[in-house]
Write a protein that binds this ligand. Structure first.
Ligand code: 173
Length: 324
């Protein structure tokens, strides 16, 4: 009797210990706004692998997936509410949380420089106040956007064309005369196939991931702005982590941001080459025409940003713009 009581007590203690050990491993729910294993998710997937191997027994990210798990334009609200703890998403997809999120596309300085010049801190404060979020790493930040078309143009004029957009492109494409249709990436292929749109905005790399090259005839150069995809964390979830767990997250985030330039350069070069191979033609505005096109792109977007955010817009413009 005594002996079996002893065994029972020992067993109970063992259960208590394992429960406590398990409770120390924090599990974070992670989501991406882009399709799994495609270009714009891969940096996040590398980040998860790093955290999960470095964090063994301390912290783990449970990757719930991409747009099949949650519509891309809802990821920002889900992160804010704590429905997910960590997210891979671009600012254009959560202007419904705060409009300044879309300003990252207008950065003409590196993230390293913005982390020094106050621009990063200025944005981080907005993330804190308006999204209850921590900005961990920009994992895409060295790639421009382009107009992709099924019909040719001879000058920077989209009059009569219907173009798929997100908030990234709205002001610029509207200024160029386009009729714009906002959709998530998941709807672009069908929209092209059915002729609902004559083109779309997208960064230099990634169109092969989703099969859009099959329906694309032209890429317009030069590229404009700088695409942004970043890893964000809910601040309440962050506040529950201990120092060791936070260190694992911030170290992995720093690595991803540092590696992004090389990762993107390689992906962009490969996709430009592949576009040439599949017969996608380049329509290029050269010299002064190209400069005017880019100037119009930035002017239209900053005007839109300042209109939506009269206080922060002008401050962000100072931090983000290239010094003249
Ligand atoms: O075109 C888009 O869906 C978009 O806004 C975007 C932003 C960053 C990376 C890829 C796409």
């Amino acid at each position: 009797m005594l002996r079996s009581l002893g065994i029972a007590a020992a067993a109970l203690m063992l259960v208590a210990t394992t429960t406590r050990a398990r409770a120390q491993e924090v599990v974070l729910k992670g989501i991406t706004a882009f399709s799994e294993k495609t270009l714009n998710s891969r940096g996040f997937e590398r980040f998860i692998d790093m955290v999960n191997s470095e964090g063994r027994g301390k912290i783990r990210i449970d990757y719930v997936g991409g747009p099949k798990a949650m519509p891309p334009f809802e990821v920002g609200n889900a992160l804010k509410a704590g429905v997910v703890d960590i997210a891979n998403v671009t600012g254009a997809y959560y202007t419904n949380v705060f409009p300044e999120s879309d300003a990252w596309k207008l950065t003409q300085r590196s993230m390293a420089e913005l982390r020094m010049n106050g621009g990063f801190d200025y944005m981080a404060k907005i993330y804190d106040e308006k999204m209850n979020a921590i900005f961990l790493a920009r994992q895409i930040g060295n790639t421009p956007f382009h107009i992709y078309l099924t019909k040719p143009i001879t000058k920077p004029d989209l009059t009569g064309l219907k173009i798929r957009i997100t908030p990234v492109y709205r002001d610029f494409f509207t200024a160029l005369g386009a009729t714009v249709v906002q959709t998530a990436p998941g709807e672009v292929y069908t929209a092209l196939e059915r002729g609902v749109v004559d083109g779309y905005g997208w960064p230099t790399a990634g169109i092969f991931d989703l099969g859009w090259h099959e329906k694309t005839k032209y890429r317009v150069d030069p590229g404009f702005y700088t695409a942004e995809v970043s890893i964000l964390m809910n601040k309440t979830s962050w506040s529950k982590l201990d120092d060791a767990q936070r260190k694992i997250i911030t170290a992995a985030a720093a690595r991803i941001e540092e590696d992004s330039a090389a990762y993107e350069a390689e992906a962009n070069a490969a996709d430009i080459q592949r576009m040439k191979q599949v017969g996608i033609q380049t329509i290029e505005f050269k010299g002064a025409d190209g400069e005017a096109y880019l100037a119009q792109a930035y002017a239209a977007a900053w005007a839109g940003m300042v209109k939506q955010s009269p206080v922060h817009g002008p401050k962000l413009r100072e931090f983000f713009s290239r010094s003249k």
